[in-house]
Design a protein. Structure first.
Length: 94
């Protein structure tokens, strides 16, 4: 997936600039999670703007982020599965 390639490039960039080489997988995974969240929330927000529900989209994103952080939730088998479920829930609740 493209996100994994971007995350790996970012991790390698960090290594070249002095970060600990034994943590390369941690850096890559952290960037993958960050990029997934940016993409998910960006798509939900764009849908909210398109539907004229931008305020509701912001409320959903903030609420979803808080609940997901506190309650955990089910985990997908892949980043793609997580993205599809999250985007579907987000847009479906607008």
């Amino acid at each position: 997936m493209v996100i994994e390639k971007i995350a790996r490039k970012y991790a390698n960039y960090m290594i070249r600039n002095g970060a600990s080489a034994d943590q390369v997988n941690v850096y890559a995974y952290g960037m993958e999670v960050f990029l997934n969240h940016v993409l998910i929330y960006g798509i939900i927000f764009a849908a909210g703007i398109f539907l004229g529900l931008w305020a509701e989209a912001i409320i959903w994103i903030v609420t979803w982020t808080f609940l997901r952080g506190k309650a955990g939730g089910s985990h997908g088998n892949s980043h793609l599965q997580c993205m599809i479920v999250s985007i579907t829930l987000g847009i479906g609740r607008l």
